[in-house]
Design a protein around this ligand. Sequence first.
Ligand SMILES: Cc1ncc(COP(=O)(O)O)c(C=O)c1O
Length: 452
Amino acid sequence: MVVPNFRIKEVEEIRLISKEEREKAIKKAGYNQFFLNSEDVLIDLLTDSGTGAISKEQYSASKKADESYAGRTSARNMEETINDIFHSKYVIPTPQGRGAEYIFNQIMTSKGQVVPGNIHFDTTRAHIEYAGAIGLDCVVDDIYDTEKEVDFKGNIDLDKLKDCIKKYGRENIPYILITATCNSGGGQPVSLENMIKTREIANEYKIPLFLDAARFAENAYFIKEREKTFKNQTLRGIVFLMMLQFDGCLMSAKKDGISNAGGFIALNNKELYDKLDELKILIFGFNGGLPGTTQEIISKGLREAIDEDYLRYRVWEIKYFGDKLIENNIPIVKPTGGHAIYLDAAKILSHIEKKNFPGHALAAELYLEGGIRSCEIGSLLRGRDKEGSDGISRLELTRLAIPRRVYSLEHLDYCVDIIKKVYERRENIRGFEFEFEPKRLRHFKARFKRLE
Ligand SMILES: Cc1ncc(COP(=O)(O)O)c(C=O)c1O
């Protein structure tokens, strides 16, 4: 039993529309969950990004925000907090994580280059590709075995990384990126030992090493829980040791910043900072597109996100959800990660071919059965490779992401019941094909038709 560290003071009414209405709504959305109206969704587990509940401290800080164009106290508060937590010297604020990815890759990456990482998130890969480069996954193979219970399935495979550097040449690798936790592989953490060893390789070849820090706090908590060497460290201490290994980080503050907007790049290299900051002003403006209110929310949110009591409850609630599904023999990614449950759609819907998107088909059924919105993390999200052939993913998952401090255990119990119902009738579930397929980040705007 874990002690909760929050109570809920403001509520929002939600409603389960009828089965006929749900059928109509998802059909109208072209079977794409991103086109569903939020009022037609009962439990929204589409993402944990920007969907957390803000605390009263965040709210009252936002009420005192300074909205001056320049020299704002709110901007300085955000900068000081980031430099304090991430041990950086310079901060470039951005509207959200992908804004940071855009300017970073426009400056760092050029045509024909390769960016290795564990598994790049979809927008990260898209920005690497938009800059003309290739994102290469060098994650440990354990991650592809959803049943295998390994502590740090998000780790970089050091041999794969070295092979990649040898194959493409260090001059063609602008930087290495570790995403912690690894969202596209089940929210699995990366060990501090693995970060240290990756740093050694980066040093050997003189390649900068950056962190995708969207879920840095959840990752730090797993390090404390699972890595014996660091169990007596404070979370702040672990974050410090993590950041020592990196040249800087890219952050979506909508996750472990517990904000509904915002992102940033934090780093120590002045020359690189100047280049990135110039592009930031050009594209997003002086404050990186952030109002003072958001800057205040992020300053408080980052500190709340590394509170050990909060993290203990957060990680426990995800495990609670996962354990209930495991008790009912429903295949999920094991062990449970930091921010979501990932159903193993390839196993649950083994009769649906990858090209017909089993993870997407399962997500559609969860909505039809009980008004739950989730999303596919598999071949649909992966998209086509540069030559246009299907980028088939090794994992076909349906992610149920848990917004921070929003849902109770009863909401999760309801989801378990719905997942059980869908699982029982899994043999009759059909796959999908495209009615419309966009070129980039296709899962956001595609429309589908169900196979007969
Ligand atoms: C690991 C990771 N990196 C980057 C991003 C992009 O952040 P944003 O949605 O704020 O643009 C996300 C978003 O979900 C993410 O999960």
